[in-house]
Design a protein around this ligand. Structure first.
Ligand SMILES: NC(=O)c1ccc[n+]([C@@H]2O[C@H](COP(=O)([O-])OP(=O)(O)OC[C@H]3O[C@@H](n4cnc5c(N)ncnc54)[C@H](OP(=O)(O)O)[C@@H]3O)[C@@H](O)[C@H]2O)c1
Length: 327
């Protein structure tokens, strides 16, 4: 699979990585054996980038990755974790002392001395423009606790604020066929600055696989049940913030343009990798089959113009008015 340099980390990473929120919690039950098998299948298929967070399963996702890495010392994977959502979302909590406490826990969970990449995990907006926060992150790098830092953001404004900081190695943002806003300013600004872009939620929480209907039900402990109204966290993280029934209809419409030989999910993932400025895309997977199929999307050729045009027109018709100015 093609590797691209992940912004200022300087590290080569596969254009399709793996999101591991599913291996922690909030997506129904995934057993530890299945979680390890998903990591293994991804690496076998050429994935060299895992995204996790200290809060996924309150450390379960990190710990499973740590176990996998310990059992496979020859595997060369860059692991990005995130910090900051195990505490109240108060800007006053984003201090050097807290950063040390949080990264020490992640280092223990992952079984490493130095974290490859730590991302602020969608903190309150003022955190992205605090000099003290970036100074503290620089200190963690100088201490050797982390190799690089980046941010995960909800809005394009937050992304642009972080891209303007010289130490920001990468920005993680929601970007998919139902969320085109990053194309306007964020991707060009990141390219110009040499900041990596980690595209998350590429399948709009599975909608873009085209296999849900308006009758599809999700488990009680799945955020697609309990966060549809944004009561647990930003509603943009669940189905990319689009109305479920509209998303099901739009996904069906887009499926008609998927080139032969690809599934709708693979086309949706490939589309993200083929946008200028994207370093890697991190679909979440709950099974070996999903992980393998998603990694294969990193080896497809250029998508046909009809698919690209369909993405634009389906977005403009169904989503632009409702969400373009929201995130
Ligand atoms: N704030 C943040 O920083 C933040 C927020 C969200 C996500 N993330 C990261 O981004 C990653 C990706 O986002 P996401 O997991 O929320 O959304 P996503 O990748 O858009 O959707 C994942 C879901 O899509 C379905 N799927 C995956 N592969 C498939 C395939 N080959 N065929 C059919 N369906 C498939 C699965 O649904 P089923 O469960 O129905 O099988 C899976 O749970 C996460 O794992 C996490 O690492 C970060």
């Amino acid at each position: 699979m093609e590797q691209r340099t992940l912004g200022r980390t300087g590290r080569p990473v596969s254009i399709v990585g793996l999101g591991t929120w599913q291996l922690g919690a909030d997506w129904g039950e995934v057993s530890e054996n299945d979680a390890l098998a998903v990591l293994d299948a991804s690496v076998d298929a050429g994935v060299t980038f895992f995204d996790t967070a200290d809060v996924y399963g309150d450390g379960r996702s990190e710990t499973v990755i740590g176990r996998y890495l310990a059992a496979h010392p020859d595997v060369n994977v860059t692991v990005a974790t995130k910090m900051g959502r195990r505490e109240a979302q108060d800007p006053a909590n984003f201090t050097l002392a807290k950063f040390r406490e949080w990264t020490d826990r992640s280092r223990r969970n992952l079984g490493v001395d130095r974290l490859d990449l730590v991302q602020l995990h969608c903190p309150p907006t003022p955190v992205f423009s605090s000099d003290e926060v970036y100074d503290a992150l620089d200190t963690l790098v100088a201490d050797g606790a982390i190799a690089n830092y980046g941010v995960s953001v909800e809005t394009t404004e937050e992304a642009l604020a972080a891209i303007a900081r010289p130490g920001t190695a990468s920005v993680q943002i929601i970007f998919n066929a139902f969320r085109l806003k990053p194309l306007d300013e964020v991707l060009p600004a990141a390219r110009e600055a040499g900041v990596g872009i980690i595209a998350r939620v590429p399948l709009a929480s599975g909608l873009l696989s085209g296999r849900y209907t308006t009758d599809t039900e999700f488990a009680e402990n799945d955020h697609r049940t309990f966060n549809r109204d944004g009561s647990a966290f930003d509603v943009g993280e669940t189905f990319s913030g689009v109305d479920f029934a509209t998303g099901v209809r739009a996904a069906t419409e887009l499926s008609a343009f998927v080139p032969e030989g690809l599934t709708p999910a693979q086309a949706a993932i490939a589309w993200v990798t083929q946008q200028l400025g994207v370093s890697t895309v991190i679909p979440g997977a709950r099974s070996i089959a999903q992980a393998t199929s998603n990694a294969t999307a990193g080896t497809t050729g250029a998508l046909p113009q009809e698919y690209l045009d369909a993405v634009r027109s389906i977005y403009d018709t169904n989503f632009r008015a409702a969400i373009h100015d929201r995130w």
